[in-house]
Design a protein around this ligand. Sequence first.
Ligand SMILES: *Cc1c(COP(=O)(O)O)cnc(C)c1O
Length: 319
Amino acid sequence: MSTPVYELHSDNGNRMFVKRDDLLSFGLGGNKVRIAAAFFDDMKAKNCDTMVAYGSASSNLCRVIANRCAMEQIPCYIICSQSESENTREVTSNTRLMELLHAVIIPCKKNAIAPAVENTLLQLRREGRRPYYIYGNKYGTGNEGVPARAYADAYDEIIGDEASLGVTFDYIFHASGTGATQSGLICGHLLHGDQKKIVGISVSRDRERGSSIIAQGVTSLLAEKGYTNKFSPSEEIILEDGYRRGGYGLYDREILSCIRKEFCTNSLPLDPIYTGKAFLGMEEYLKDHQIRGKNILFLHTGGTPLFYDCLNRGELSDF
Ligand SMILES: *Cc1c(COP(=O)(O)O)cnc(C)c1O
């Protein structure tokens, strides 16, 4: 896998680059193409035969997983969280695609994920299946090292991108959600022993909780890789939670105008839940920390269907 990297038009005083992982050549792209591949390898290594995933109605991971399952004829169960208040199922391009791909969607409230996971796994085992739950146990922990592998490998690719562009990136910015991408990038950075700063712009979790999950991913992957140097979570994990605009899925006019601007000036399709929020967060971070004269890479983590959802709601029209 390799994706285009090129310089953006920008007036923030830095050289800005983008790596277009939204253009990965499977299932409408995105970081979840790499991450899903790591989960499928692990599932096969563990001799399981049924995929169980969890995510929101906007989840790009669930969509990509459903797509691979359809392609490989693996039964696919998706536990889909809904907001506490809503009784109707949220419909997005991603949920429509999951249905098109014949994934079984199991709706669940956000405060009842563990029992939903447990019941689903139990039921499948009763039916004689060997289910694989991507996040480990019913509380969603224990498997952090697996998805982290994806961006530890992608980091090698980024080092290659630097060589072909003739630049060294000082920072890599990206939208951080489950922390899989950030864990992998931090591992890559440590394994290469370079000076890059990996800055995750949190789109959901607060810094404390997010960082501890990232630390678990990094620690378990480093152990797997036989890395024995010290890993200092407080130094290496930069997870900015001040640009969340209230929480997962929430956004405002500033994010929407950032999306419009980037589509006009750089032809980047961003979405308000992940990449648009992160891109604006990156711009604010550079300003807030007075960072100038650096080489900055924005990792475009995908979410193309969410760009169209936003466009079709009319939110990108002039206001
Ligand atoms: C999932 C996702 C992220 C966050 O990646 P994590 O590895 O979960 O932190 C960022 N952007 C997009 C478009 C995503 O779908």
